[in-house]
Design a protein around this ligand. Structure first.
Ligand code: UDP
Length: 319
């Protein structure tokens, strides 16, 4: 069964293609390679294209007899979204609208959407459930929330069945070493901490004056292969005729920046130089998921939820 995977050359998309293939599906990647890598497309064909090209999307859906779409393609740098919001609304929100219109035209009615805890904004309670108010504090979160709203409106209007998955902090890499986390520029804590430890450079700690036990920010790090499995479960549920749904994906456990730094030292066996820096704008003190719904409705359980194990998989190189 052919599944179109937009953004399938990216970090989470490529890990999901592996999981799809393993579950017996045929992923067909649709990616403009602006941020993804063709070397990460290993489990099916790559169609190089942009979501602004509606005709191309329609052709891909039709010619490949696509049964469902997994939609990852998006820009995901919060800072960039603040300095260039138009880029995010055009690519993320506009791209999603084009995809939805193309799916409607061709009659593809199942969609799993890659959303984010950034749609919640600053938490008003913890852990964050799916019913937490959604008040994004940056254009990236807004662009994803607007996409969610469009998807939900296409349900009753056009019979679209959807699963919206809101990830917390995606981390780690394929435990079998076939894929790596490969962002340029890299802004995420775990790869930066590993790089600093291995190269002997300093890791900047963005704020140690938060209202948390050690003063640094707390995040819920969820292994990318666990995210990938959740997508396959969500897809299977839609194909089995299950109702549309919205699910948080996290472990429910929080780790502070200083704990991550200590774990990186332990796993690499190297001392990590730390440079205490000012807070990064827009960082809430604590983000932790309540993922009970995904566990009960999708039958999903994170299996790589040990921080040191996540870091170990992030260390591996392909080959
Ligand atoms: N962080 C840090 N130094 C870095 C990168 C990130 O202290 O060089 C902190 C950041 O402020 C946040 C946490 O690490 O509290 C996770 O940041 P990341 O960018 O990995 O993910 P985000 O939470 O922004 O999605």
């Amino acid at each position: 069964m052919n599944i179109l995977v937009t953004g399938g050359a990216g970090y989470i998309g490529s890990h999901t293609c592996k999981e799809l293939f393993r579950a017996g599906f045929q992923p067909i990647v649709f990616d403009n390679l602006s941020r993804g890598h063709s070397r990460a497309v290993k489990w099916g064909p790559l169609i190089q294209g942009d979501l602004s090209d509606r005709e191309l999307i329609e052709r891909c859906l039709r010619e490949n007899q696509v049964e469902a779409v997994l939609h990852f393609a998006a820009f995901a740098y919060v800072g960039e979204s603040v300095s260039d919001p138009g880029l995010y609304y055009r690519n993320n929100t506009g791209g999603t609208l084009n995809l939805l219109q193309a799916m409607k035209t061709v009659g593809v009615r199942r969609l799993v959407f890659s959303s984010t805890c950034a749609t919640y904004g600053t938490p008003v309670f913890l852990p964050i459930t799916e019913n937490h108010p959604q008040q994004p504090i940056n254009p990236y979160g807004q662009s994803k929330l607007m996409s969610e709203r469009m998807i939900l409106d296409f349900g009753p209007a056009h019979g679209l069945q959807s699963m919206i998955l809101r990830y917390f902090n995606a981390a780690g890499a394929d435990p079998e070493g076939e894929l790596v986390e490969d962002h340029e520029p890299e802004t995420h804590l775990i790869p930066l901490a590993i790089r600093a430890a291995l190269e002997g450079t300093a890791l900047r700690i963005f704020g140690t004056d938060y209202d948390t036990p050690d003063g640094s920010c707390i995040r819920d790090y969820i292994h990318v292969s666990d995210l990938a499995r959740a997508h396959v479960l969500a897809l299977q549920r839609l194909l089995d005729g299950g109702a549309s749904g919205i699910h948080n994906l996290g472990t429910g456990k929080g780790h502070s920046v200083l704990e991550v730094a200590a774990a990186v030292e332990k796993v690499t066996g190297k001392r990590l130089r730390q440079e205490i820096s000012p807070r990064r704008e827009g960082d809430p003190a604590v983000l932790i998921a309540d993922s009970i719904r995904a566990r009960s409705e999708l039958g999903w359980t994170p299996t790589h939820d040990d921080l040191e194990e996540i870091i170990r998989t992030a260390l591996r190189k392909p080959g």
